[in-house]
Design a protein around this ligand. Structure first.
Ligand SMILES: O=c1ccn([C@@H]2O[C@H](COP(=O)(O)OP(=O)(O)O[C@H]3O[C@H](CO)[C@@H](O)[C@H](O)[C@H]3O)[C@@H](O)[C@H]2O)c(=O)[nH]1
Length: 440
């Protein structure tokens, strides 16, 4: 198995403890997966971070930039903790002046990704010009982000006049883009404090614009919350942002049936409705059907794509499967049980939801079922028929329900067998030496 490429990822949180901590935790999780992290902040902020665990010290580099001095900001202040509520804007002024240092760091180090916060709204375009992939890591709930609205609402002006908010009262109303019952709105006293700006606060754009531009110019938005906890809000957020919104818990189901299996229209439909009923986010790889010339995407039930918008991502054609499976947010793999796919998934400790169709796949499924690294979707033994309920229940059990915990843990333990590249290297060495001996 090819090891997924080790990435160089730059992290740049907003200057606040409530932001460094989740950014640092995410850095550790990514470093544990073998990726290199450059964590950028200012000297006093970096000194407040927890110690980097010894096993990750070679993976995470702390990069210190001095915070430029600006009017109205106390000299030693480097984070929101060090200042009053009214000094937030000067702190953002200082942050904005870090732009040239960030730009030259990115230019010289050429990372694969940069993960940033809402305040550095100038950073996505700097990264884009350098060809660096961009993720906004939002340390807020999907409900709060949905309440704030789409990037164009946040940026305001132009084409979004109807949704523009100008007075504090506007924030006490449930937004008209929320399509379901909700009581999510501010109380007047809460918002008055938030939108209050003092005279010296007029440097740089307001937070709404910082958020809007950051979201608009990112490739993906990572949300530090869970889709099981707030499924409706995650759905809405995907629609508002029109880009992948990745929850930070492992609940995304990756669905792929290899290169040879072609499902019938009826099977595709049952699978689609099952994924919809599961309520979980999913990434589904679809193929062209050589027989009919129709693609699987065209064969999906009417209205399905619209109903799962923002939660279900459908790809037609070839995708980098190992790269997708290695994403932190993947919670399970709905698979046809092709042996390559199984090795890849278990090498990354992903629990399996099995739907075998051809060749060795049925036997693979029996073996894997016995090993308790996943479960088979219940079928009619004679004709193989499965229902959307069976799909939804199996997916939920494997990925999120308490009763599936043992399957998830057993699958995770398989990383030791299939994901140990050192061991794999050892096998290859042994194999090569056997080849040499045999030739003698
Ligand atoms: O969009 C795609 C689709 C596939 N893959 C890769 O292609 C390979 C597919 O292999 P596998 O999962 O084994 O699926 P199939 O090619 O469908 O499987 C055939 O080959 C297997 C190995 O012999 C058998 O177990 C199966 O029964 C047989 O159908 C894997 O490495 C995937 O990661 C991608 O990277 N991107």
């Amino acid at each position: 198995m090819e090891k997924s490429k080790s990435l160089h990822i730059v992290m740049f949180p907003w200057l606040a403890m409530g932001h460094f901590i989740p950014f640092f935790r995410l850095s550790k999780l990514l470093a544990l997966k073998g990726h290199k992290i450059s964590f950028i902040s200012t000297p006093r902020n970096l000194s407040k971070l927890p110690k980097i665990p010894p096993n990750l010290s070679s993976q995470i580099t702390l990069i210190s930039f001095s915070l430029p001095t600006v009017p109205n900001l106390p000299s030693l202040a480097e984070s929101s903790m060090d200042i009053t509520h009214n000094q937030q804007q000067p702190l953002k002024h200082a942050l904005d002046l870090l732009q040239p240092q960030l730009a030259s760091f990115l230019q010289s180090s050429k990372p694969d990704w940069i993960i940033y916060d809402y305040a550095s709204h100038w950073l996505p375009s700097v990264a884009a010009q350098l060809g660096i992939s961009r993720a906004f890591f939002a340390v807020f709930t999907a409900a709060c982000l949905s309440f704030m609205g789409s990037p164009s609402t946040l940026i305001g002006g132009g084409d979004d006049g109807d949704n523009a908010r100008s007075t504090a009262e506007d924030f006490t109303k449930i937004p008209n883009w929320v399509p379901f019952e909700s009581n999510l709105a501010y109380r007047l006293h809460e918002i008055t404090k938030y939108i209050e700006r003092t005279d010296e606060d007029n440097f740089g754009p307001p937070d709404t614009v910082r958020f809007g531009v950051t979201i608009q110019q990112s490739d993906v938005v990572i949300v530090r919350s869970s889709t099981e906890f707030e499924p409706d809000w995650f759905n809405l957020l995907g629609e508002l942002y029109e880009k992948p919104v990745i929850p930070r818990v492992n609940s995304v189901v990756y669905v792929a049936m290899g290169t040879e299996v072609h499902l019938s229209k009826e099977e595709l439909s049952e699978l689609a409705i099952g994924l919809e009923k599961s309520g979980l986010p999913f990434i589904w790889v679809l193929k062209n059907s050589p027989g009919t010339g129709e693609s699987e995407l065209e064969m999906l039930p009417n209205g399905f794509k619209e109903r799962v918008k923002g939660r279900g991502f459908l790809y037609l054609g070839w995708v980098p499967q190992v790269k997708i499976l290695s994403q932190e947010s993947i919670g399970g793999f709905l698979t046809h049980c092709g042996w390559n796919s199984i090795i890849e998934a278990l090498g990354l400790g992903r629990v399996l939801i099995m739907l075998p169709m051809l060749n060795d796949q049925g036997l693979n499924a029996r073996l894997l079922n016995e090993k308790k690294v996943g479960l088979e979707i219940p079928r009619n033994e004679l004709d193989g028929w499965f229902t959307s309920e069976a799909v939804a229940e199996s997916v939920r059990l494997a990925v999120v329900e308490e009763s599936g915990k043992v399957l998830r843990e057993t699958a995770k333990a398989m990383e030791g067998y299939f994901g140990d590249f050192g061991k794999n290297d050892g096998y290859v060495d042994k194999f090569v030496s056997q080849l040499v001996d045999y030739r003698k």
